[in-house]
Write a protein that binds this ligand. Sequence first.
Ligand code: MOS
Length: 753
Amino acid sequence: MSEFTPPKAPAHIRQGSSIGQPLTRRDGFLKVTGAARYAADNHPAGMLYAVIAHSSIACGRVSFLDVDAARGHPGVVDIMTPQHKPELAMDPDAKLHPFMFRMDLLQNDRVRYATQPIAVVIAETLEAATEGALLLAPRYEIETAAVGLDGAESFVPPGVGAGNPAAASKGDVQAGLAGASLRIEATYETPSQYHNAMEPHAIVVAWHGDTLSIDMPTQGLVMTQSRIAAMFGIPPEDVHIRSPFLGGGFGSKGLAAGPQILGVMAARMTGRPIKLVLRREQMYGPVGHRAATRQTLRLGADGEGSLTAIDHHAKTTSSTFDDFFEPAADVSHTMYASPAIATSHEAVRVNTGTPLFMRAPGEATGSIALESAIDEMAQACGMDPLAFRLKNYAEVEPISGKPFSSKALRQCYAQGAERFGWATRKLEPRQMRDEDGMLVGWGVGTATFPALMFQGQARAVLRADGSGVMETGAHDMGQGAWTALAQIAADGLGLEIDQVEFRSGTSDLPDAGIAGGSAHTATAGIAIHGAGADVIAKLADLATGDERSPLFGAGNTGVLARAGRLFRRDDESRSETYGDILVRAGLAEIEGRGSSAPDPAALSAYAMHAHGAVFAEVKVDPDLGQIRVTRLIGAFAAGTIINPHLVRSQYYGGMIWGMSFALHEHAIIDPRSGRVMNPNLGEYHIPVNADVPSIEAILVEERDPYVNALGIKGVGEIGVTGSAGAIANAVWHATGVRVRHFPITLDRLIERR
Ligand code: MOS
């Protein structure tokens, strides 16, 4: 692990602030002692267990369920089927906006994908509900399932990702390719992947008349609240959701999932509280996945190694009944300078659950292909892959021509390369061996992710006893929001972190927006920052307008808040505690509000992205093709770092996921049945500790005056983007074999040798 040097606080963050401090997770003790209460840890009195029976076919209809047999089980209380279920206020197949995903709520007997819920058995115990679900012994009328990237007729999707156009271009790509002295064309395939959060989707739910109390993990409290309210025809404020901790989400818990709504229905039907928890295999269907892609890259370069054209085309899969299209090609909009760039997408509809956002959606799939192709082009040009990337460094955002709000990628390349020792790399592949005769390869990949911010709100309170409160309905899915946001709260209130009560994780608090798009720290953080500034301004008004105060006459702008006191800016010997100000004013407390929202003027003027460079070393057994990643060094620039300790942890997680993408992870789908054949963590391989090498994440200093008031960019998703490509490129450098079908498993490596 690298030495830790805390980054200097930017000028707009006061000295002594908790921003920038490498605090350990404030909820860490609760988690390691098992005291943190996750949704499924709740057991309201009188609770029943609901277990989903799911389809074992991918397409057709359920022709028979042995409901009588299941009912005969002594512990079974009721069975929810398409014929026997509570009314919903809204059609589960309605789609009023792009983020309203269609759900399978037993609306009929159709089966649209394997693992689709087809009934719910409710019982006094988990065992009885599980046995009851088995007794249903479904029979089906099976229809041929559409499976895979060639499984149906393709079409151009109406949009990709969160509403980007399916195609975009600048310049003349055909001319750029035709005029190039070197051209490459290569096709890469990435598999379906599943989010596989450690904590399965779960809900514990109770109706009290027409109001709901719910424990469930969610990355989007308010969106989830309004979705549930609409499904049951009740006002959103009557849906009370607690989601203090999530055991991972990665995009799959951004919205209410169908199985969770089934839990609410079961509670409605039985009139008793319900617990419904998905089994691991049930997470391979109704709760989203990363869609498979096949991407063709055509690149042209001139005799000097400058790109003349980038053409990035991606084919992907969506479900037969809903729209989500992985925006894989869009990463080529921002990465490398080229006079001509074109991106396009096509899609097929197959019998799968609807794909969804999954950690770095689009960037993860797209960058492993683009970074491989860039490497292939560097090789064609006879250039070092890092030198080639620097030669084609984008000084402005390539497709839009906009300046970057900040971009310290050059420093990322330099610091990462230095730390890695890249300068001694051999240009040709298969030139390096270790003392055991293993082939050694070094690869580099560029990382990028947009710096986003959504709308959020926060409420701050200062109390006469000198303490503070900060409230915002933020989400901690393991990334450390309980800590990082409390640091921003302490900074905003001018208090020590332990003097601030940070309240978060429930739907009754101000809306902190969704924890997604690597935007949560910015979204919730800027709202918190604003609420702090607002309450301090009110306090300053009280003091500066009162002639009994040492601050009298200083005016609002002439005051500093620090360590629980207000100071005159022009004379710091004159100060007063918050408590004294409030007591004299006869107030027990004072309240402030803050909000965050993207700034349209800044967004139209600047391209906003975080950047990074990842360097990988792999060792490959020349006989067996076994691949080991032995070193992984990432250098990332993402604006202001609120907590370097937590940020490095986010980068490590992303880099390990990149490794998983490059070498391990894929859902194996039976081409005949459309079923995922490895729906468990035994056979769906992800890296374990023994796979993960020494990892370093270098925090490259970067100040961004435009992204938001604190200069925060996101750190959650960028790590996966450069790492996967760096590892793939290192495998090529070790072996001279370019595997374009991910993950690079040893059979694929040996087959192409
Ligand atoms: Mo993320 S895929 O925006 O949780």
